[in-house]
Write a protein that binds this ligand. Structure first.
Ligand code: FAD
Length: 388
């Protein structure tokens, strides 16, 4: 079976690459080991697929080379994907912060991609497990459905999160076997766990969500923090998890944009106690527990200036050191991946191995939460599709 282009992985990036290459008249086949394509698209965004973010820019991505993603992102923008969605009459809405979701089901995005593949003449094979790749004149791809020969081979096998929907380390293994460097793949956009001690202290707050700003690893995110029975989650925690390294403390501002000292001083003047006072600004159960842990157990009026300052400081800079992450089973993405220094940012082709391309999450480009990871998959798939 001979094709100009073989694409391993029928996810977001692989399908977009197939569409673009097929439109150019290349003969294309997508090889997907699952029984159907786009399983991660299906489960994304709570079943509604947050398919892009209108605020996408290079600042929304993490990579050892922060410039790498610029070229592909500039050549295939959120507006380009929205135009495709509109052409297929898929209804969508902005949830918040530029995040676009389907009104109906994420299946609509998969059906759209499959219709585009068919229109572009790209073949899609499911239940096709890729077992090995050999290089000769071109590439020989050995699969459970026989051998495929091609000139251009695109690896679109995604990251390691959620093995039960088909994630494998095949792309990383293949890259290493061809001599390409791989930045260590780690779980990202993932809930963080706490030590037994911290967990015991915070357990009564399990299920409580607090608006906050969290800083760590040079980044900061202002969104909700959720206390869980294992540790911390919620959008602010998922976002900061991509910047967190073992041993780092999270610095949590529980009153972002407000002056805790002024609130406490004013409360003291009016004879208030710390917990009821802070309950006006934080969920009541949270304020009560926080005060039990960090405020002297006396009326505010009896606090010394140093005690008042210390409590205000804690409210703006509450430090928590996570014990770890909940791992690839709970991570939304994988950070790290094929080192961008190995690839052309224009074509996504390997510099060492001409004809070999890597697109999507398998590459060391990781988006923030909010539709950015799909935008990278579309943009990088499209970039390669123009050259394969
Ligand atoms: C629960 C969840 C929700 C998410 N929600 C969002 C969201 O709303 N918005 C957003 O932007 N991002 C979201 N993401 C992230 C997003 O899904 C991924 O970043 C994106 O799917 C990456 O696209 P990809 O094509 O690179 O990889 P994938 O979509 O993972 O596709 C890779 C494909 O390769 C196949 N494959 C792997 N190994 C082999 C092999 N050896 N042979 C053949 N096939 C193989 C896999 O089965 C898979 O179909 C979410 C992720 C998860 C886990």
């Amino acid at each position: 079976m001979r094709f100009d282009v073989v694409i391993i992985g029928g996810g977001a990036a692989g399908l977009m690459c197939a569409i673009e290459a097929g439109r150019r008249g290349r003969s294309v086949v997508v090889l997907e080991h699952n029984g159907r394509v786009g399983r991660k698209i299906e489960i994304s965004g709570g079943g509604r697929c947050n398919f892009t973010n209108t605020n996408t820019g290079p600042k929304n991505f993490i990579s050892a080379n922060p410039h790498f993603a610029k070229s592909a992102l500039a050549r295939y923008t959120p507006a380009d994907f929205v135009a495709l969605v509109e052409r297929h009459r898929i209804a969508y809405h902005e949830k918040k912060l530029g995040q676009l979701f389907c009104d109906g089901s994420s299946r609509q995005i998969i059906e759209m991609l499959l219709r585009e593949c068919a229109a572009a003449g790209a073949e899609v094979r499911t239940n096709c497990r890729v077992e090995d790749v050999r290089r000769g004149e071109g590439f020989e791809v050995l699969t459970s459905q026989g051998a495929f020969f091609c000139e251009s081979l695109v690896v679109a096998t995604g990251g390691l999160s959620i093995a039960k929907v088909g994630a494998t380390d095949f792309g990383y293994r293949l890259a290493r076997r061809f001599g390409l460097k791989v930045v260590e793949p780690l779980p990202a956009l993932v809930p963080l766990t706490l030590s037994h001690e911290d967990l015991a202290a915070l357990r009564p707050l399990s299920g409580v969500s607090v608006p906050s700003e969290i800083r760590c690893g040079g980044a900061s995110f202002a969104e909700n923090l959720l206390v869980t029975h294992r540790g911390l989650s919620g959008p602010a925690v998922l976002q900061i998890s991509s910047y967190w390294a073992r041993g780092d403390a999270l610095r949590v501002d529980l009153l972002p944009g407000r002056d805790a000292l002024e609130i406490l001083e004013r409360g003291r003047e009016h004879g208030a106690d710390a917990a009821p006072l802070l309950s006006r600004h934080l969920p009541k159960s949270f304020a009560q527990l926080f005060c039990r842990l960090h405020a002297p157990p006396r009326p505010l009026r009896s606090y010394t200036a140093a005690e008042l300052h210390a409590l205000a400081e804690r409210l703006h800079d509450w430090r928590l050191t996570p014990a770890g992450t909940e791992g690839f089973q709970k991570a939304e993405v994988t950070k790290g991946g094929v080192d961008t220094a190995e690839l052309s940012s224009k074509t996504m082709e390997s510099r060492r191995v001409p004809g070999l391309y890597f697109v999507g999450e398998v590459v060391d480009v990781t988006g923030h939460l909010g539709g950015y990871n799909f935008q990278w998959a579309w943009a990088s798939g499209h970039a390669a599709g123009r050259y394969v």
